[in-house]
Every structure is written in C-alpha cells, then in structure tokens.
Design a protein around this ligand. Sequence first.
Ligand code: BTN
Length: 326
Amino acid sequence: MKTSILKILRETSEYTSGQDLCNLLGVSRTMIWKAVKQLKEQGYQIESVSNRGYKLISSPNVITASEIGSILSTKWIGKEIIYHQEVDSTNLEAKRIGEQSAAHGTLVIAEKQTNGQGRRGRYWLSDPGEAAYFTVLLRPDIQAAEASMLTLVAALAVCRGIELVTGVEADIKWPNDVVLNGKKMTGILTEMSTAIDYISYVVIGIGININISRFPEELVKTATSLYMETKEVYNRALIIAKILESFEYYYAIFEKTKSLKDLVGEYNSKLINCGRQVRILNGKDQLIRTALGINQNGALLVEDDDKNIETIVSGEVSVRGLYGYV
Ligand code: BTN
C-alpha cells in the first residue's frame, strides 16, 4: 500500500486527493491517512492540504521495499521484495527463502548486515546508511556449469545501472569486481544450490559502496566508494533500481544463448585487465600472463610471452594486477 501511494504521488507534481487515492487503491480514507503517517515517520516529506490532498515533496535516502518498489520498472525482478533493517546477510536470507518456495526474481535488501559474506570466505563490511546490500534469487533454466556466467552478467548490470544514475563509467576486474580508479567499489557473490540434474536456485548478492566517506585501515588501499571518487551523494534506491532493470536487460540477452556470446564485446570494453599483465594466483603458485579478455563462457583468456593462449576459469584462481589489486 505504501509502495502504491508513493508510486501515485510520484506520477504528478500536483496534489492527489485522498478520495482519488481511495478509489485507485480500493481502501478507506483512514487506511490512506495511516499509511501516509507511516511514510512521514520514515522521513518522507508529504504535504497534506485539506480539500486538495497529498503531495510528495521529498523522499529520504532509504532502500526500503516501498521506496524501491515505487520506482522500479522491471518485468520480473523485485515483484516480491523482502527488506530488513538488519539481517545476518542478504545472501544467507535469500538462500533460506530459496529452500522454500520464494519465486524467481525475489529481491532481498538490507540496510545493515551483521555477517556480510565476501568471496573466498571473506567478510563484507556492511555498516548501515551509506551503502547498498541486496540479493536477487533466481531459478534459472540453465546447467550448473553455466551459472558462473551470471556473475559477469551482474557485473555488467552494476556498471550500466551506476552509469545511468551517476554518469560514472566504472570498470570490471575479472570476473566480477566493479572498480573505480583502480579500487573496488562493488563486490558480487554468486552462490547456488543444485539437485542431481538441475539448479534449485542461484543467489546473486551485490554490495555497493555508494555514499561511504571512509573505510577502516585494512581496506583503505583497495576499497573506494562513488562518493569518495566524485564527492557527490547519490540516491541509493535509484541506483539499486537501475541495476535491477539493467540486470533484466542483460539476462534476457544471456538467456537466449545461455552464454555470453552477445555480451563479450561490451564486457571486454569494461575489463580493466584487458591488455595488461596479470598475476594469476593458484594457492602458492603464481603465473604472470597478459590478459586478453573473456570468451563466451566467461573464462579469462591469457597469453604467455610465446603467445600461447590459456583459459582461466573463475573460481579456480584469483587474478591481480602486477603491482597491486588491479
Ligand atoms: C566479494 O567478496 O567481492 C563479494 C562481496 C559481496 C557482498 C554482498 S553484500 C550483499 C550480499 N550479501 C552478502 O552477505 N554478500 C553479498
């Protein structure tokens, strides 16, 4: 109901009468009044003038289900939105509901995570107020071996969503870190649950450093935020919404061929490693190669000094720049 009220109020810069809201939503005046009161308590500035109705003046920088739901124009992602002020991890929560009957496209969002999960068992800093932590649950009709490509699809969606809202053109560090000026701004963690011959669900968790103004000592060298790079504060819900809309766009392209065939060019144009020397770390072993770009399965093609080309599959190794993170 709050989502619908926000949607309606956003459609016009004029007042919307209480009666119109009642008619459009099929509820009583009291219910409208109560929902508007709750929205005001959440920080929405809504003018209510007798005989004229309600007008939305401003919205808080929140990432609640009603805020995101009211600006999201997707076909299937986020038709169900689960918002937590605080949760252990949106990936853990998405996996819990994935074990039950949650639908393809369900979105889990949190303001704060107490156990934010990073790749390779690392933690993901998840303080409230300035970032975005969310996970999309998918029930894709693909083979388990194809699922790792979804993470590259998500990286493209993050770049496009961020560019649409902020104009900032981010890079990708293979396979799925989104970086700005050589530092990590977004992390993506894709996990899946499989049965013998099919995927039960895939969860794609995305953590974006949006308005963060400082990082703890151990992250200062490698992490950055949109705010730190541009000195602007951004609307977090809008960024999430544009990323989800972009995900739908790229997912539709991926789904046609169940490969990255039609996305390789765009991905490689954003790939910061392209043409650069990279260190490929595999346990204690390290190889130095030149990165050429990805193939249609999302593997990284690298070349040695004798121009022999090898294929690096994500998950097996990690890739670093010669002198640091990228
Ligand atoms: C990485 O290590 O780069 C991946 C980080 C992924 C963090 C996001 S935040 C939202 C979602 N929930 C989690 O617990 N992790 C992912």
